[in-house]
Ligand binder design. Structure first.
Ligand SMILES: Cc1cc2nc3c(=O)[nH]c(=O)nc-3n(C[C@H](O)[C@H](O)[C@H](O)COP(=O)(O)O)c2cc1C
Length: 301
């Protein structure tokens, strides 16, 4: 019988799927619920140093093949998030996602997440709709290196960097994470996108730009993971457009040790993890893959 257990460097998960940052992860009970539904871990909402209201409505719209959001990283700030993290991490593995503008902010937030019980920290270097944060800093290898180095020297839990697909130097960004001692990369965050209303002759979202997620971005994410696997030795976590076990298998075969699910939780419901686990296990049994590790990167051979 195939095992779904996987290892992302030093972090072992009983199931390879995690709920992605920003989806059903703003409270302790919602993160616990996702783990009970079959996720191996939950990634928290990205949390900053101070409370942030995010962008004004409309900040979310469905499009063909997915959705475009420009939430603007709304969150209560790290101090008010302590209780949610402690509640959730008492029941399962929680990866604390953080965002900031400078290395010392990331280091401070990561240290807090470690104190609150996170088993790893995920640095959001890739949000396409938060000015001064996210992809603006995550597309510069020197800045990425300085952030990852600062965080590595302030925590002892694994440090993951979440990368943007909105760059032509993804491999360089991945190398910067690895050179700075990062423990894993997570790919991908959303694709920078826009929707225009012909009637109003203006962008639909208040922020004008947002990020596309969902089914439409899966081939971009799979390609990103494949490219990263070709140049990196550190583990990769795949994310983007995973709705079923076939999508998860594609990411694993491209080189991912684990995967995250975001938009599908919103459209398919929380049962999506159970279905993916069941389908993946059946496929692995039928095709002779005893473990996630034996399947990871198979498309490169
Ligand atoms: C409503 C919404 C909120 C999100 N918030 C965050 C966030 O706070 N931090 C982050 O790193 N990614 C965030 N993301 C990006 C997801 O974690 C994920 O990388 C992306 O949606 C692609 O995966 P999917 O196609 O499975 O949704 C958000 C996505 C959505 C749809």
């Amino acid at each position: 019988m195939a095992s779904l257990r996987t290892e992302i460097g030093a972090l072992a998960l009983e199931k390879p799927g995690m709920v992605a940052s920003g989806i059903m992860d703003e409270t302790g009970p919602s993160m616990i619920r996702m783990i009970k539904e079959g996720a191996g871990a939950a990634v928290s909402k990205s949390i900053g140093c101070e409370p942030n209201e995010g962008h004004k409505n409309p900040c979310f719209s469905e499009v063909c093949g997915g959705l475009v959001n420009a939430m603007g990283l709304p969150n209560p700030g790290i101090e008010l998030f302590e209780e949610e993290m402690r509640t959730a991490s008492a029941h399962g593995k929680i990866i604390g996602s953080v965002y900031g503008a400078k290395p010392d902010e990331f280091a401070f937030l990561a240290g807090k997440m470690e104190d609150f019980g996170a088993c790893a920290v995920e640095l959001n270097l890739s949000c396409p709709h938060a000015k001064g944060y996210g992809m603006e800093i995550g597309t510069d290898p020197a800045i990425v290196k300085s952030i990852v180095s600062a965080v590595k020297s302030s925590v002892s839990i694994p440090v993951w960097a979440k990368l943007t697909p909105n760059t032509h130097i993804l491999a360089d960004i991945g190398r910067a994470v690895q050179d700075a001692g990062g423990d894993a990369v997570v790919a991908i965050n959303t694709l920078k996108a826009m929707i225009i209303s012909p009637e109003f002759a203006r962008p639909v979202l208040s922020n004008k730009f947002g990020g596309l997620s969902g089914k439409a971005i899966k081939p971009v994410g799979v390609r990103a993971v494949y490219d990263l696997k070709s140049v990196l030795d550190i583990p990769i976590v795949g994310v983007g457009g995973i709705y079923g076990w076939r999508d998860a298998a594609e990411y694993i075969m491209a080189g991912a040790s684990a995967f995250q699910v975001g938009s599908a939780v919103l459209s398919e419901g929380t049962g999506v993890f159970g279905k993916i686990n069941e389908g993946l296990e059946r496929f692995m049994d039928e095709y002779g893959y005893g473990s996630v590790k034996s399947m990871a990167g198979a498309a490169h051979e």
